[in-house]
Every structure is written in structure tokens, then in C-alpha cells.
Design a protein. Structure first.
Length: 111
């Protein structure tokens, strides 16, 4: 049991802190979050450039995971977000993501 005076300090230590992510990582993470399940090729088509290194980094950080294989030639991997993604960004579920804007990318991608 934690003493009430120490509770706030203990919560700060145990609370997941948002990882520092590059703009590219945030872009790919947002694409995965809004379009999951999604293949690497689909991510690259949406982003207009390679996502291989960025996707690997997101996998290592536990923010993205392989959720299956697409029923297509070569059976490409399908990616989705993780429970850690929800925890780090303070979401209860994917329904808590801000709505996509019709006039452009989600607010999270605006500079």
C-alpha cells in the first residue's frame, strides 16, 4: 500500500511517458491508427515514400504490431496499433481518436 502523500509521485513514475517520435514516425503511426489493418505497401502509397525504417522503429517501441496477413499475393503483413499505443496517447479505445478532417490530414499531422 502506498502512503497517500507519496501517491502522486508514484503515479508519475508508473505512468507511461510518451516516447519522443520523429515527424515521420508520427505520420506513419497516424496512418496505421486511422487505416488499420494496413500493409506496408499501403502505408507507402499513402505517405508517398518508404516507411520501412520508421515502421520497424514503431514495432520495436511496441506502438504497432503485426495483426495478420492480407489475402493477396505474397500475403503481406497487416499492421495495427497496440494497447501501449492507447496507453501512451491517453486513449481508452480507437473510437477516442480525433475525427479525420475532410479538408486534409488529421490535426495531429498539421505543422
Amino acid at each position: 500500500m502506498v502512503h497517500p502523500k507519496a501517491l502522486e509521485a508514484v503515479e508519475r513514475v508508473l505512468k507511461p511517458s510518451p516516447p519522443r517520435l520523429s515527424r515521420a514516425a508520427l505520420e506513419v503511426l497516424a496512418l496505421v491508427a486511422y487505416h488499420q489493418p494496413v500493409t506496408r505497401a499501403e502505408l507507402e502509397a499513402m505517405r508517398g515514400r518508404s516507411v520501412e525504417g520508421v515502421l520497424e522503429s514503431l514495432l520495436e517501441r511496441g506502438l504497432v504490431r503485426v495483426v495478420g496477413e492480407k489475402e493477396a499475393p505474397g500475403r503481406p503483413k497487416l499492421y495495427g496499433t497496440t494497447e501501449r499505443f492507447l496507453e501512451v496517447f491517453g486513449l481508452e479505445s480507437l473510437e477516442d481518436l480525433p475525427p479525420l478532417r475532410e479538408d486534409g490530414p488529421p490535426l495531429l499531422l498539421r505543422g
